[in-house]
Design a protein around this ligand. Structure first.
Ligand code: AMP
Length: 586
């Protein structure tokens, strides 16, 4: 299938798609659209963001919508508020010429009343995050009786973010005869379980090889001592002066630190992390999307939902612990037929991770040498000379100034004149790299102090101050650790807050949240409903012991952290083994 016109999609959709500049279906669209237009068979598609997957499930869903029927016919579930808004925006664009088709987004962290109002007017397609969707179903504001297809978009991310229980609950409430479409970038055991449990004889399609990085991404690694990571980053930016990329860091603190160092050193960079308000995040994302920012330093969570097509580089300032995260990161470049480079900055003890990535995802890394000062200066100089050669000269504008300038520079020969111009532009750069050392190391070199420290501190985790909170739901309300984590994630619209110990009791529960998120989380959770119970969350005065009967006496204390909960390590990953939980605390 080479053209959209051959798909059999409605004329109105073809016009909208044509206006958006889509000339022909992407590979995943070429496979999914004909299937969805002709069959009710469930579908599993391995596709990352950037492959055109939204239109792959969106166009056939729009095509199949009965406009006269105002009830919800397609339910699309996705992991984040940003993605939810993005899908809604895309689908609204595709359906622009179909009068009466409504696409409504429902997600946590925003007024539920407005969303209920929008649903009550009729929404044939609903795009939602799992927690809010489930809430609206329970409140009978989202009625699933007429739903013919359910799309699980970025299913792997939804599971990583702790939404498994919510997905189970939602899928159990949908009609057996519906068509289920699952889109995932990676295929984990948990995804296979979902497909087995909720899908009937699904057909499997993939745009790229399963569990692989995008085909047109070059994977490169540089090996240096941990202390030299920042220097490598600068050299990468200096040798690629038109770089447009994301630098992924492990923690918010590191993200802030690297971004502010880059800005201080004169690079066009900024940070995106969970401490920013929604307005600040939107502002940074906008500057990046429009190309005003060249380098975005971000955590994985903060960068979710950021959809930019023409990135030249992805830089892994640190490799992620979860290897699949690397595939998500690198898949953000090399899109829409362009090639891109994904760089991992590693130290001597991380070669195993590179080997694991190569084996698991059938990709190949090239070990490259960090450019030295001479390489960088040569490249920069040629670019400058190139610019001088190609600059447009506005004779008329500069004419009046020239006689005086000629006069002043008369004493310089042609060669000297070039030397002076180049030096004026370039001295700072030459100076910086004059004594630049070779910072490449080999696997056999001993780790430096920073690497040893990193290893130690990562194995016993940072000392985080936690507050212990009480919440008025427990096992009686079907709360379990994964659902609690999902609830916290969704109410904060982020999974960056560190969670410590969780104690789920029969009628109520306790959990630890990093102290600085206390007020924000209490605010976000208060008044929400969970299993038909209006939530009450308070700072607990109790010692963290497992109790059989409620000894919690509400103190209505909402500002300070409980001292007993302070300075405790997060042992979440240990307790819940990562299954259905959030990513490990950072
Ligand atoms: P997605 O993978 O759905 O996030 O899509 C990635 C980007 O590709 C979005 O900006 C879409 O607008 C764009 N896109 C989707 N389908 C096509 C197509 N057939 N031709 C060109 N661009 C497309």
């Amino acid at each position: 299938m080479n053209l959209f016109s051959e798909t059999g999609l409605r004329e109105e959709i073809l016009t909208a798609v044509h206006e958006l500049g889509f000339e022909k279906p992407t590979p995943i669209q070429a496979k999914t659209i004909p299937h969805l237009l002709s069959s009710k068979q469930d579908l599993i598609a391995f596709a990352q963001t950037g492959t055109g997957k939204t239109a792959a499930f969106g166009l056939p869903s729009i095509h199949a919508t009965d406009i006269k029927n105002k009830s919800t016919q397609t339910l699309i579930l996705c992991p984040t508020r940003e993605l939810c808004m993005q899908i809604t925006k895309d689908l609204t664009n595709y359906a622009k010429y179909i009068k009466g088709l409504q696409v409504v987004a429902v997600y946590g962290g925003a007024s539920i009343e407005n969303q209920m109002k929008a649903l009550s007017k009729g929404a044939q397609i609903v795009v939602g995050t799992p927690g809010r969707t489930k809430d609206l179903i329970k409140r009978k504001k989202l009625i699933l009786g007429d739903v013919e297809r359910v799309v699980l978009d970025e299913a792997d991310e939804m599971l990583t973010m702790g939404f498994k229980e919510d997905l189970d609950a939602i899928l159990a409430m949908t009609d057996e005869g519906k068509q289920t479409l699952l889109f995932s970038a990676t295929m984990s055991k948990e995804i296979i379980n979902i497909t087995k449990k909720y899908m009937n004889d699904p057909v499997e399609l993939s745009a790229a090889r399963m569990n692989t990085g995008a085909e047109n991404v070059n994977h490169v690694y540089y090996m240096v001592h941990a202390k030299d990571r920042y220097e490598v980053l600068k050299r990468i930016a200096d040798i690629n002066s038109n770089i447009y990329g994301i630098v992924f860091c492990r923690t918010r603190r590191e993200t802030k630190e690297i971004a502010s160092k880059l800005m201080h050193d004169g690079y066009n960079a900024d940070a995106l992390h969970g401490d920013l308000s929604q307005a600040q995040r939107d502002e940074v994302m906008n500057r990046f999307r429009t190309g005003q920012l060249q380098l975005l330093v971000a955590t994985d969570v903060a960068a979710r939902g950021l959809d930019v097509n023409n990135l030249t580089h992805i830089i892994n300032f640190n490799l992620p612990d979860d290897l699949e995260v690397y595939i998500h990161r690198s898949g953000r470049t090399g899109r829409a037929g362009k090639s891109g480079t994904s760089i991992a900055i590693i130290h001597t003890r991380e070669t195993r991770k590179i080997k694991d990535l190569e084996r698991k995802f059938k990709i190949e890394f090239a070990k490259e040498l960090v450019p030295n000062g001479k390489d960088i200066c040569t490249k920069q100089l040629y670019m400058l000379i190139d610019k001088i050669e190609r600059v447009e000269v506005d004779e008329k504008q500069i004419e009046p100034f020239l006689p005086a300038i000629y006069n002043k520079l008369e004493w310089l020969s042609r060669e000297d004149l070039i030397k002076h111009f180049v030096s004026a532009e370039f001295n700072r750069f030459l100076e910086y790299y004059k004594n630049a050392k070779d910072i490449n190391v080999s696997e056999n070199q001993r780790p430096d102090r920073k690497e040893k420290r990193e290893k130690r501190s990562r194995s016993d985790r940072r000392q985080t101050s936690f507050t212990r909170l009480f919440i008025n739901v427990g096992t009686k309300n079907s709360l379990n650790p994964a659902r609690l984590i999902g609830l916290i994630n969704e109410s904060l619209d982020s999974s960056e807050a560190e969670i410590g110990k969780i104690e789920i009791l029969k009628n109520f529960s306790f959990f630890e949240i990093e102290e600085k998120m206390e007020a924000q989380l209490i605010n976000a959770l208060e008044g929400l409903r969970f299993s038909d119970v209006k939530l009450t969350v308070e700072v607990s005065q109790e010692k963290p012991t497992v109790l059989n009967r409620p000894r919690h006496k509400p103190k209505h204390k909402k500002a300070r952290a409980s001292k007993s909960a302070g300075k405790k390590r997060s042992d979440r990953s240990k307790r819940f083994g990562g299954g259905g939980g959030r990513k490990r605390s950072k």
